[in-house]
Design a protein around this ligand. Sequence first.
Ligand SMILES: Nc1ncnc2c1ncn2[C@@H]1O[C@H](COP(=O)(O)OP(=O)(O)OP(=O)(O)O)[C@@H](O)[C@H]1O
Ligand SMILES: [Mg+2]
Length: 319
Amino acid sequence: MGEKKPLKDLTDLPGVGPATAQRLVEAGYTTIEAVAVATPHELSAVANLPITQATKIIEAAREALDIKIKTAIDLKKESLVRKKITTGSRNLDELLGGGVETKNITEFFGEYGTGKTQLCHQLAVNVQLPEDKGGLEAKAVYIDSEGTFRWERIEQMAHGVGLDPDKVMENIYWVRAINSHHQMAVVEKLFELIARENIKLIVVDSLTGHFRAEFPGRESLAMRQQLLNKHLHQLMRIAEVYNVAVVVTNQVMARPDIFFGDPTAAVGGHVVAHAPGVRVQLRKSRGNKRIARIVDAPHLPEGETVFAISEYGVRDAEP
Ligand SMILES: Nc1ncnc2c1ncn2[C@@H]1O[C@H](COP(=O)(O)OP(=O)(O)OP(=O)(O)O)[C@@H](O)[C@H]1O
Ligand SMILES: [Mg+2]
């Protein structure tokens, strides 16, 4: 990835000389966007600056990007900028208010085999569809923390929607996240890639797996929660700044009651629940059918729907 251009951009900010710019780039703040969404504390720490100067730099970056106080009508206009990506199932789209939306995080959670990864694959294909078919004619990034991404499945699903499978695969950037730290670093790096490429979907499958494995038990709870929060904020910022859809998965136990008394059991869910976004619970039903239910979304009606996972991907369930 070219580092010359972003470096030049950064030094355009008042108060950022070449040395500061260099430190920012090395710490992953390679673009004005990345600086604009940083906190003064973060920036001050990584670039070794006084908080006041860090604050000024962030303000300048925000001004450069036109981030300002808005009126309700501004918000309405912005919401019109929000786009939807079809899941492949009309019923599920309807439940989601039209599909998975940009400028937002959608979380699919449920036990193993409920279709979280299938939905992620399907969305990475569907984002490439033309707008009149429910896509955004754009590319996807797939952050794979569990090693469950299968290009073969993408190929099948591309056939299923009538797109050229090789082209579809060319338009999906795949990154294997090795551990939680790497997973967060990958997202930070995306600020650069997304500035250059027409990316409208970021998948993190799974969001919570590494964090759960690395911070097990009661004693590391606070740390895990703090890191997951930071990760979600990163993702929310990227969704906002670039108008992309972020889709994350979260494996949760089917019967949390068996963990009754263990405060760690619900924590992944707890953290994610307090982040902005849409939470969709998935459950198994008969055969290839799955049940989706929206959980605490103030702007969406309560309810559930059934969809199916077929050889060609996510579809409405046969009646
Ligand atoms: N080629 C295929 N054809 C039909 N159905 C498939 C195909 N591949 C996977 N499936 C269905 O998808 C299910 C697996 O779902 P998926 O991998 O999305 O689960 P998950 O929710 O991601 O689980 P985990 O929590 O273990 O990651 C399989 O049990 C099967 O029903
Ligand atoms: Mg999975």
